[in-house]
Design a protein around this ligand. Sequence first.
Ligand code: ADP
Ligand code: MG
Length: 916
Amino acid sequence: MVAPPLIENSPPAERRPASGSELAALSVPAVLEALGTDANAGLPEAVAQGRFRTVGPNEMTKRAQVGPWIILLRQFQSTVVYLLLSASGISVLTRDYLQAAAILAAVVINAFVGFLTELRAQVSLQALQVLSGPTARVRRGGHEKVLPARDLVPGDLVILEAGARVPADVRVVQSAALRVDESALTGESVPVDKAVERIPDQEDSTLLFQGSLVAAGRGHGVVVATGDATRLGRLGRLLTETVSTRTPLEEKLEELGRQLTVLTILICAVLAAVGVWHKEDIWMMLETSIALAVAAIPEGMPVVATLALAVGTRRMVKARALVRQLAAVETLGCTTVICTDKTGTLTANQMVVTDLVLCRRHLKVSGDGYRPTGDITENGTPIWLPEDRVLVDLMKAVALCNDAHIENHHGTDIWHVHGDPTEGALLAVAGKVGLAHEALLDKYPREAELPFDLGRKRMTTIHSSADGTWVAYTKGSPETVLAVSTSVRTQDGQERLTIQDAQWIKNWNDELASQGLRVLAVAMRSLPEAPVCVDVDNVEKDLTFIGLVAMSDRPKRGVNDAVDKCRRAGIRVVMLTGDQPATARAIAQELNILDPGESEEAVLTGSQLDKMSEPKLALALKKARVLARVTPEMKLTIVRALQSDGEIVAMTGDGVNDAPALRQANIGVAMGRAGTDLAREASSMVITDDNFSTIVKAVEQGRIIYANIKKSIAYLLTASLASVLTIAVAVLTDIGLPLLPLQLLWLNLIMHIFPGLGIVLQPGDRGTMSRPPRRAQERLLSAAVQQQIWMRSLVVALAVLGAIELERCLGCGRVELTTVGFATLSMSLLFQAWAWAGWGARSPAVAKTAVFGSPMIINMCVSYGLLIIAIYWPALQAVLQTTSLGLREFGVVLGVSAISFALTALLSVLMRRRKS
Ligand code: ADP
Ligand code: MG
């Protein structure tokens, strides 16, 4: 089999590098050399960019992309267009060529408006797809950065960790127990080992393929193939098949549209028959009924909804929330419970050690951030270190039992942490007593370790020293460390850990935790020689307790306000954390998630939840606000229990173990910064700033979008129904046609879409987050809204006929009368657009924010403009058969429309009164 070249279209001057499979067989230095990559620094930025220009982006050739032409063509495939074409045909038959041309023009104009709107929506959605697409951690020019995966080029050095998707085909250059799930390619879901050297009897053991998932371990690799040249690309398979972008709401609207279409065509046929029976001109009647059908079919509905979703998601992007599934936007507005992680989402995850507790002593630590300077004081006086052997041991322990790394930023005084912030804070405090991490590790090399896991909540590292002795350091949650400690470190050596000592330590833990501090316990165990068997049971026992370390983590900015907003909006916030209940409770109170006087039932621990049966759990969670000592695995159970109680749950997560809960939640929210690819793929929304308040902003947008769609659809239906009723009443009572077919088309095809767009683009009103959440099973148009639509269209229809009758009595001719009918119907419906924009607002002040936004004003001005030119511009007068209205006629139009508006407002108040 001949593999395609690695770099296609490369200029002849550039030596053609070997293909991916050829590279797989080479040694690591040879691969790096072939691709010009430095093992530490990666590719120089300039080389990477040059290569990008020749190789192109790392994505598979797009298939079946919906281009602008397709969107344009789609505008002509609708019942409305077919009806119009037949109307145009009839006009030709009756030799009314101007009208035939005008109808065709209307078709084109209408298609164009639809095209522009849909194109705008699509462009926003595509931009969103690019933004929320896969990313890759790479090292280029010596710096580590996160890039969109499409920017990768052959030769890039990528860093892979558990939970990451492999972003291209990659040759392993460094591996620490790397295991990869290749089921995306092979269907085989048992993870396989990958290594730098070929593993015997295992094909491709040095290659990672795009689309596979790092199941465990970590490693570095160099990209050997991108885009279509990857194995997945050659299989011609897209990893993330573009799922149907139709949301349930859009589908519902299309269904409604279809039903209304059938209904209108039936009604129109009946009306045509009645008209003919009343001796109206047959052709005229046919045209009118077709025009009526066109007017009545709410062809704008799906367009309005699509645009609302697109624009809304773009607003969310600005607020730092990326929607991965459009359908989530609808659900967002129904959210009743937000389950959020504490550390990193509610709090900044910037830890600073503030207190130390040693055997019968309490010390305070000063300083901020990860800077390793500050004082340690006891009863207000600084401590003189070399004498304080317990403190030195504590500091040695926290620095050695540590996987983080702190460094200052390019020689400035700003310090950063790489790794776990909890551990960074420990390195900073060790620095404050002059212990540097690297120097300590040189002296006491790490020989073995028992890594941290959330089940044990401890970790242990084992170190040797020059004198041949060994020591194990353990740190973890106070209860789990105390449980395996039997003695306590004192100034003179060590003593047996008495019950009193243990109680004293527990009291201090409670005291510090109740201040909202995260508390870790630290212990050690001297080993006379190298341990034979390094496992939890043999090492983590008979420990000597050294002390407690307490650190603070401040709430993120904006979180307090966001929590308050949720309260007003009827959304329950539940905090989830691995920390102990006392710490969790204190932070929850500070953030106002928990009221100070709230009952004990609001705080639950993982061990309590574990013991409960499912119905009992659902009951317990009804009142819960804080869940402490929970593991990611428990999140799934929690989501299910809440859902079984009818809640609509948003759940945050970032790790591999969070993925099932994210998938199960109604809204899975992944953290953009801290999150793994797996968590992101399982989520329906990604928060790019990892901040709780962004979730709340997204919920708010979800509510606004839904409410706007609802109001806009209600308006479009009012407009359609009013047109139908006007004509229907006129035909049935035999008072002659109140407006001409072309005028109806102008009104419904061209004018009405603008108020519809105006309503849907509104940024939302101030009352959005002071209403309770909408129920998920609620219909788009409730019975109350349906009644409003009927009432409003009836009033408008009667007003139009009234205006015509009034003018007839005042002696107007036929052309004036239809013009008055057209103008009154238009004007009254524009009044109704304002009314619908403000629908649902509880107070005039809130209504003002709902009605007078720039999208509404601009679109309404366009509509008024279209009305004025239809009446007064001679060119359009000729087409639409209108005539300039005098001051009196126009006064009647305006007066009658205003009266209809006032009447609908009054009736609406009365209808709402009667209901409540
Ligand atoms: P959170 O939900 O706030 O992120 P974690 O699940 O990360 O909390 O941590 C749970 C508990 O595990 C902590 O309260 C602490 O007692 C312990 N712990 C966390 N990180 C470490 C660590 N690096 N070393 C030892 N113990 C840790
Ligand atoms: Mg954590």
